[in-house]
Design a binder for this molecule. Sequence first.
Ligand SMILES: NC(=O)c1ccc[n+]([C@@H]2O[C@H](COP(=O)([O-])OP(=O)(O)OC[C@H]3O[C@@H](n4cnc5c(N)ncnc54)[C@H](OP(=O)(O)O)[C@@H]3O)[C@@H](O)[C@H]2O)c1
Length: 355
Amino acid sequence: MGQYLFRVLGSQRYAGGVKHSRGRHQCLRAVAQGTQVPKTSILVVGGTGTLGRQIVRRALDEGYEVRCIVRPRQNPADFLRDWGASTVQADLGDPTSLPAALVGIHTVIDCATARPEEPTTKVDWVGKKALIQCAQAMGIQRYLFFSIHNCEQHKTVPLMRIKACTEEFLQQSGVPYTIFRLCGFMQAIIGNYAVPILEERQVWGTTDQTRTAYMDSQDVAKLALASLRVEGTVGKRIPLAGPQAWTVSEVIKECEKLAGANAKVTEVPVWLLKAAHGFLRFNQWGRDAADRLAFVDILASNETFSADMAETYKLLGLDPSSTTTLQAYLQEYYSSILKKLKQVGASSKQTDFYV
Ligand SMILES: NC(=O)c1ccc[n+]([C@@H]2O[C@H](COP(=O)([O-])OP(=O)(O)OC[C@H]3O[C@@H](n4cnc5c(N)ncnc54)[C@H](OP(=O)(O)O)[C@@H]3O)[C@@H](O)[C@H]2O)c1
């Protein structure tokens, strides 16, 4: 598969392990091996993101020393420092910035992924390969990576192909790893459906029957950090799925019920998305958009993104009943937001439930 990846992704070749510049990396390893790093020192990559911030928060609460890679952004990462993490400027798009961030680190928790405006290949493949090579060279002792459920079965979708390739690259690197395979985060539902329905704005639906077992990113953080306490998770690929798998139309119905409002749904047929994907793919300017629209192949498959979690909870020694359900998550969101709206005396065109 390495050869195939090299051709498809047009990236640096590797065979039977991670390629590196021997002299420089041996030197880095010697420095790293001469220094005892505490097990509690963690580097979070992607600490400003949906999952990353929950990992940082929970790791600090559990007593870890947390360092985060941050980039100069419009919304600065002050909140991470306010919580007690330290920050270091680095960028997956600039591999030379990575080694300094890893000095004194025992565990790397990689929660980064390209933002919608950035090329996926540059961040999720080229950048991650550089990070893993660096971790290998510097003797990093644990590496947590977040992948996607069944990614190897959807190689026509660029991000899925990259996740499958990165899993393989990490497995061959010799770095003690744990891979988590996620289905989706509940947090995305707030911006895509819960808020627009409350604000009587249009939401986009599709005609597919694909189901996703969403998880609250706080639960994902809890399970991921639990893995650091369980030696048996090293070298494992662990599924992470919520208690129930939902279609988009079921999610919209649940939001309507809790918001007491009717959603203005514009349904986009899957065939139309497929046509748009095909058109963009053959236009240079549309390639990045096409890469993201390639997910339509998954919608067309009507697959269920879920996994049996019994083994995962057993391995991690955690109780499945403490995992948040989507109903409870949305209920909590709507009851707190509706309470606030009531306090400020807001009103709705549809009903009088705000006041
Ligand atoms: N979201 C899902 O439903 C889902 C499903 C399956 C798997 N996953 C995986 O779970 C992980 C976390 O996803 P998420 O949704 O929490 O991501 P997210 O909210 O989009 O956050 C992405 C993070 O990556 C950072 N990042 C992006 N480009 C970078 C670069 N060049 N250098 C350094 N950092 C960079 C961002 O930093 P800035 O703030 O600087 O941009 C941000 O902290 C990812 O590996 C993702 O593929 C997510």
